[in-house]
Design a protein around this ligand. Structure first.
Ligand code: HSE
Length: 330
């Protein structure tokens, strides 16, 4: 175990988000310790290859290719590898060893969240994943905690920055779908496999996570109705504009009442948004989550939905919360 003043932090993955998490942990060590009430000691960074180019030069002595061994000597494990395996197994190993976990892995949480949360609950560990939905925007903790006393009726969300960028280019700059996709790719907005963004898979994973938190509904990402933006034409965008609207790829989760009683509908599709709705003003690669709650009324959470340093903010927020829990003995 660590001593009472130091929390051992292991970082798995050093891509654009992981590199920034490492940088901030090292550069802002004193300030983070003051906020957390305990020193956050980065004890190692697991990477696939020791000599890959990174956004920030992580001190060589911290790098290791042995993620399994690293997990065993941490109080908190930050998983930023992405994908299902080996991330799932490493998280299960971390919680089995009693560590808390912070992850930004939307695919894993959407597909295996209940399995991981059950494993963590059995040993009193915590898995937090604010970075998995809408990058820097605090939305999961507000849904889970700040709005816990309210009844959420509906969520309308722009949770995929690259498709928002593409549709926004077509709307405001008159690009064709092809031109807009090319620009999005050149600027690094699209995932390496662009179909994850363009066909709505990424948004469906995030919709499943939002629905689970807002409605306590077990919605697998594959059960989310999904339509992507690939067939949207410049003409449809112009027609929408002429009618005072814009087209956005929306992730929707809402309560519905049918003949079998109340249920949750979760879907992702390109929707017409009237220009006066706040979601119509979400431009470029930004995200926004519009929540309709019974008592609070409409609330909008807006900001950067991706980006290394922006998403690192959400990861470090979860880390500081986990550290405070350790300090409090929770
Ligand atoms: N491909 C994602 C997006 C990255 O465009 O929003 C952030 O999850």
């Amino acid at each position: 175990m660590s001593d009472l003043r130091t929390l051992r932090v292991a970082l798995l993955g050093a891509g654009s988000v992981g590199s920034q998490v490492a940088r901030i942990l090292i550069e802002d060590r004193a300030e983070l310790a003051a906020r957390a009430g305990i020193t956050l000691d980065l004890v190692g960074v697991a990477v696939r290859s020791l000599d890959s180019a990174r956004d920030w030069d992580i001190p060589a002595e911290l790098l290791t290719t042995d993620a399994t061994a690293l997990v065993q000597r941490a109080d908190v494990v930050i998983e930023l590898i992405g994908g299902i395996e080996p991330a799932r197994t490493l998280i299960l190993e971390a919680v089995a060893a009693g560590a808390d976990v912070v992850t930004g892995n939307k695919a894993l949480i959407a597909a295996h969240g209940p399995e991981l949360f059950d494993a963590a609950a059995r040993v009193g560990a915590l898995i937090s994943y604010e970075a998995a939905v809408a990058g820097a925007i605090p939305i999961l903790r507000p849904l889970r905690e700040s709005l816990a006393g309210d009844k959420i009726n509906r969520i309308l969300a722009i949770v995929n920055g690259s498709t928002n960028f593409i549709l926004d280019r077509m709307d405001r700059f008159g690009d064709t779908m092809e031109q807009a996709q090319k620009t999005a790719f050149e600027l690094g907005f699209l995932e390496a496999d662009p179909t994850l963004d363009v066909d709505g898979y990424d948004a469906a994973q995030k919709a499943a996570i939002l629905a689970r938190l807002a409605f306590h509904a077990d919605v697998p990402a594959e059960a989310v109705y999904r339509e992507g933006i690939a067939d949207i034409t410049a003409e449809q965008i112009r027609d929408a504009a002429a009618a005072g609207a814009t087209i956005k790829l929306l992730a929707i989760a809402e309560r519905v009442t049918g003949e079998h009683g109340e249920g949750i509908s979760t879907r992702v599709y390109p929707a017409l948004i009237p220009k006066e709705h706040p979601l119509a003003s979400v431009h470029g690669g930004n995200n926004a989550v519009f929540v309709e709650a019974a008592a609070a009324g409409p609330l909008m959470f807006y900001g950067a939905g991706a980006g290394g340093v922006q998403t690192a903010s959400a990861v470090l927020g979860d880390l500081v919360s986990a550290a405070r829990r350790h300090v409090a003995g929770g």
